[in-house]
Write a protein that binds this ligand. Structure first.
Ligand SMILES: [Zn+2]
Length: 1082
């Protein structure tokens, strides 16, 4: 396998080298073309006034891995599994588009498109550029993959959009920039995703899946299209126009014309006995007429395509041509239905031009239920180890980006290596990757890709860290005295360097723009080690035994029986510090760690006066004291049994990779007695708990920390009884939460949840447990007037509060039946011939819920959340060749890439090399407006101070994705319904009348040229203009407010000394992210 990886790496290198000299395009500049590009809204086919305009969207949904791997899908191999080959799709579609300028097609997944693009001749590339410039081929979505929204972290979502959109921009310029989000298949939709789309400058987003009850209600009340408020902190800049599609993303029944479908084509032979034109058109009209009743404007969007459709594009297009022809022919006889080739952006433009107002929404679309017994809440947890590996991937990608940017000397292979990791992480965000809803073989392929990505990035990092660590400088840049190995098995407390060397160095790279202090744990064979810091100073250490349950893990090929613990303090921001670690027989003071004597009659307490946990005589947690209060808090492991059914009717649905369906909603205790061992030292106090022979846990409190760490180990989940199990950890408290709890949205803002409740409709839950599950990307919390409990997770999990005061998180699941949503396999993960073992960490916070003058608990949670997401990365180097003194003099053992750290509430979300002599940088305020008196305030800092290590020539702000100038970018604006009252007037909106003349509605989309024809294609009557004017008043106020804000900022700027520094002074409000391209001096 390592050989194969080596070859792959070489391949990446060569590939990158070959493409390295491609001309880099400037943001926003159109690619060279003979004529003025006519893409975007200008290229829309005109709609017809006073008619129902049916926008036919020819599209293909190309999963970036699911039943087959990414490459199997691209090349079309393994046809026995699925007849799907993306290369044929794009070939075929392009050919059809080139033949007929009337046709439109959208493409979504950049991962596939650029694989295809690279294989094309220059001639073909030019033809495709022409199609893009003329709006005939339009990119929609445009990220590397169509990411999941429940289990993804916002950092990775932003990254994969930035990369996909950059490739489109570099290749096609402005015409390649997608305007519309297209999340047609993800299994529920997050509010944060809406916010990110808005901040990336998208005009709107369409999606396919929402709760079946929600969907019914929305179609009945014409609220399927809405303005979604994406953030409680960011105001209207996070508003996104969002539409729920009528038929997921499929064609209407009977109109699937793909080679994969079996519907009848349109048979129009005049004398053919099979002629079905009348029948087809009648059926189609019936469908669209019914559908139109659910939507507010006389426009409907019909998706014409499905998974991997258009391998033979002509089959689709030929029938769509006929459908359009025969449908529109009826207009001569009074039909008011008009069919046209369209795109989601052209459809959105029609909605916008309709000039009406829209309903609003402020919560999210979780959980998603497709029927009364199918809540798609199992995938929040499915494949827990892949979910954790993906998070590690993000962590390493950030380290790789930063160090590639900080490199004193670049190597030609840096870019291709970094790009490979960027692209791999883009693939990992796909809605069948990190979700765990792919086949087992595909999951292994994802993991393999990710491990190659780690290898690729490791070579960049090793080179840069060696350059930065070089001391007196006799080494050439080619020889790397420091190995800087990543121990990827630290999750099972195993590391070859620390286990096989008596002298080694540990380099801790801190990717945060703050100085941090962190407890480090290193697997070792013995308990006698000395740790020295970069100044030669001995660091206090403690040794803790590795729990027996870890030592006994099957195939754990390690002799480490201890963990060496020390506090790595003052780790430099965006920098590193190296420690020298040496086995030392002489140190007599080092004692073999011994468990405290077992006491069966009294309680066990660990921690400090300010924060401690009490365990009862049965070994369970019973109390927590912190923040000046003591509360009853217990914690336990339980499991649900997965429902088994034949999936033939809703009631017989099995629990599976997508669906969580617990049998009888009944919980089973893992044990009623926990055996414990207690270890106390100066740095950490630990309780090792053994629940049964497949669940164990270490609960620990580090010195000086006011929260606890729970490191759980679950598996192999037994299935010998023929029952699949879904294991949860549950924290019970006496906090009176009254059904309310809070869950994060993609790791950013918290959303309020209420048990058995949805904000926008009266829910009827037929699954009382799984219908209350929500995605937890990083945090779940509850509180009452005095106390608060919050839990941070280290990966995406499902979670809920099923009783007041209790929080549960599903940590692992193993099931024996498929849930019949296509994957065709039971979620029964095995490794080394037995059930998969998962290990992970949760952090528990207990304290006062009140805001106060000192730092609030919420603010502490935010800071720790950041430090657990991006702790320092551990690099190990063999030091047998260097004594401690030699090490001290030969190497630079402390380094910071930024001379000024950021305020605590600000996160350096991104620091990466962008185009040549450019950096892409994002600053993020990590608190919400009401989190904390102090930390939630506006902050101000100077970018030039923070990035003082770089020679900055200029800086310009972009949209969140980094590919459009913020000051030049305009979005459609949509008018919200005036508080409820307008809604009943809807009947008026829709009335069509031939003699109404639509006034020239103001076009808020500045910077886009409208042709005159486009202006007059509105379909609504004067009535709507009346409403529009009323709404416009409100609109005007909004504009005014914004202008005042802008003016205020301007005056603010003018008040500053008129020097160059003022330009780099920036301000962030709570939850704000600002993105900049930094130009470096050449
Ligand atoms: Zn899909």
């Amino acid at each position: 396998m390592s050989n194969a990886i080596g070859i792959w790496l070489t391949f990446i290198y060569v590939l990158g080298f070959a493409t390295h000299n491609v001309e880099l395009r400037i943001i926003g500049r159109a690619p060279r073309a003979d004529q003025e590009p006519q893409c975007g809204y200008q290229s829309c086919h005109p709609t017809k006034p006073n008619m129902l305009n049916v926008h036919l969207i020819a599209h293909t949904h190309d999963d970036v891995g699911w039943l087959k791997t990414v490459d199997q899908y691209y090349y079309g191999s393994e046809t026995r599994i699925q007849k799907a080959g993306v290369q044929y799709i794009i070939d075929s579609v392009v050919e059809s588009l080139l033949r007929d300028p009337q046709k439109r097609f959208i493409y979504v997944e950049s991962a596939f498109f650029f694989k295809w693009w690279k294989e094309q001749t220059k001639d073909m590339q030019e033809k495709v550029t022409m199609l893009v410039n003329e709006g005939r081929l339009e990119f929609i979505g445009g990220a590397w993959s169509m990411n999941d929204e429940a289990t993804t972290h916002y950092q990775s979502v932003i990254d994969q959009f930035a990369w996909g959109l950059r490739k489109l921009n570099d290749t096609f310029g402005e015409c390649g920039r997608p305007k519309i989000g297209w999340q047609i298949d993800p299994f529920g939709h997050s509010r944060e995703m809406a916010s990110m789309f808005a901040q990336m400058g998208f005009d709107g987003m369409f999606f396919g899946r929402l709760d079946y009850q929600d969907k019914d209600e929305r179609l009945m009340t014409q609220k399927a299209e809405m303005i979604w408020h994406g953030s409680e902190n960011l105001g209207e800049k996070s508003d996104l126009f969002t539409g729920a599609l009528y038929n997921n993303y499929q064609a209407p029944d009977g109109f699937c014309f793909d080679i994969l479908c079996s519907d009848q084509p349109i048979i129009d032979g005049k004398h053919s006995p099979d002629n079905n034109v009348k029948e087809k058109i009648d059926a189609f009209f019936e469908f669209v007429t019914k559908m139109a009743k659910g939507y507010r404007t006389p426009n409907v969007l019909i998706t014409m395509g499905e998974d991997f459709h258009y391998q033979n594009a002509d089959m689709w297009f030929k029938n769509l041509d006929k459908l359009i022809k025969y449908a529109n022919e009826r207009q001569a006889n009074g039909s008011n239905i008009n069919l046209l080739y369209s795109t989601p952006s052209c459809y959105l433009k029609s909605l916008h031009d309709a000039g009406i107002s829209w309903p609003t929404k402020s919560d999210d679309f979780f959980p998603y239920a497709s029927d009364p017994h199918a809540y798609w809440t199992g995938y929040f947890t499915s494949r827990p180890t892949l979910k954790r590996f993906e998070r590690d991937g993000n962590h390493f990608l950030q380290v790789c980006k930063q160090l590639s940017a900080l490199a004193p000397k670049q190597s030609p292979e840096f870019d291709p290596h970094l790009n490979f990791m960027r692209e791999t992480m883009g693939i990992m965000q796909h809605h069948d990757a990190v979700t765990g809803t792919e086949k087992q073989k595909v999951a292994l392929d994802y993991a393999k890709r990710l491990s190659v990505g780690f290898r690729a990035c490791s070579t960049n990092i090793r080179s840069v860290l060696n350059q930065l660590s070089k001391g007196s400088g006799e080494e050439t840049s080619k020889s790397y005295p420091l190995e800087l190995k990543t121990c990827s098995l630290l999750n099972i407390t195993s590391c070859s360097t620390s286990e096989s060397n008596s002298r080694f160095a540990l380099t801790l790279y801190n990717p945060l723009a703050h100085v941090t202090s962190e407890y480090v744990r290193i697997p070792v064979l013995d308990y006698k080690y000395d740790v020295t810091d970069h100044k030669g100073k001995r660091v206090p250490t403690q040794v803790v035994p590795v729990p027996l349950s870890v030592i006994l893990i099957n195939q754990r090929n390690s002799n480490a029986t201890y963990e060496l613990v020390f506090l790595a303090s003052d780790l430099p921001a965006v920098g590193f510090k190296t420690y020298y670690i040496e086995k030392s027989e002489s140190s007599k003071h080092k004692m073999k760690p011994k468990a405290l004597p077992k006491k069966s009659s009294s309680y066990t307490v660990i921690g400090s006066k300010s924060f401690n946990l009490t365990f009862d005589t049965n070994g369970f947690l019973s109390h927590a004291s912190g923040d000046g209060m003591t509360r009853m808090i217990s914690q336990e492991f339980l499991y649900y049994e997965g429902e088994i059914g034949d999936n033939k009717e809703f009631l017989n649905r099995s629990s599976g990779a997508y669906i969580f369906r617990p049998k009888e909603n009944k919980l089973h205790f893992a044990t009623d007695h926990v055996s414990i061992e207690v270890y106390k030292g100066a740095l950490v106090q630990e309780v090792h708990q053994l629940f049964n022979d497949w669940i164990s846990q270490v609960v620990r409190i580090y010195q000086g920390r006011n929260y606890a760490e729970f490191e759980w180990l679950v598996g192999p989940i037994p299935i010998e009884d023929g029952v699949g199990k879904e294991v949860i950890t549950r924290f019970n408290s006496d906090i009176k939460s009254e059904g309310i709890f809070y869950t994060d949205s993609n790791g950013r803002e918290m959303i309020k949840r209420k048990r058995n409740h949805r904000d926008t409709w009266n829910v009827k839950l037929h699954e009382s447990v799984s219908g209350n599950y929500y995605p937890i990307t990083t945090k779940i919390a509850l509180e009452d007037a005095t106390a608060r409990m919050a839990i941070l997770t280290d990966r995406a999990q499902g979670g809920s509060s099923m009783q007041d005061g209790a929080l549960e998180l599903m940590v692992h699941r193993r099931l024996l039946h498929d849930d019949a949503f296509g994957v065709g396999e039971a979620l029964n993960e095995t490794e080394y011939g037995t059930g998969l073992i998962a290990r992970g960490k949760t952090h528990l916070f207990i304290g006062q819920s009140l805001m106060r003058s000192e730092v609030s608990l919420k603010a502490m949670e935010r800071l720790v959340q950041l430090e657990t997401l991006l702790p320092s990365w551990k690099f190990f180097s063999n030091m047998e060749a260097y004594s401690q003194d030699q090490w001290l003099t030969k190497f630079t053992n402390s380094y910071s890439g930024i001379p000024t750290t950021l305020p605590k509430s600000v996160h350096l979300l991104t620091l990466e090399p962008w185009h040549e002599h450019e950096l892409l940088v994002r600053f993020e305020h990590i608190l919400e407006k009401d989190d904390d008196y102090h930390y939630s305030k506006y902050v101000q800092f100077n970018v030039k101070d923070v990035l003082g290590g770089f020679k900055i020539a200029d800086m310009r702000e972009t949209t969140l994705d980094g590919n459009a100038w913020l000051d030049e970018h305009r979005r459609f604006e949509f008018v919200p319904d005036p508080e409820d009252e307008s809604y009943n007037m809807y009947g008026v909106f829709k009335k069509q009348s031939k003699d109404v003349h639509l006034l020239d509605a103001a076009k808020p989309l500045l910077g886009v040229k409208y042709s005159k024809e486009a202006l007059s294609t509105g379909e609504l009557g004067a009535e709507s203009n009346r409403i529009k004017r009323a709404a416009n008043n409100r609109h005007f106020t909004m504009h005014r407010e914004r202008n005042t804000q802008a003016e205020r900022q301007d005056t603010h700027k003018e008040a500053l000394p008129a020097n160059d520094r003022a330009k780099y002074l920036i301000e962030l409000s709570p939850m704000e992210i600002r993105t900049f391209v930094i130009y470096l001096e050449k």
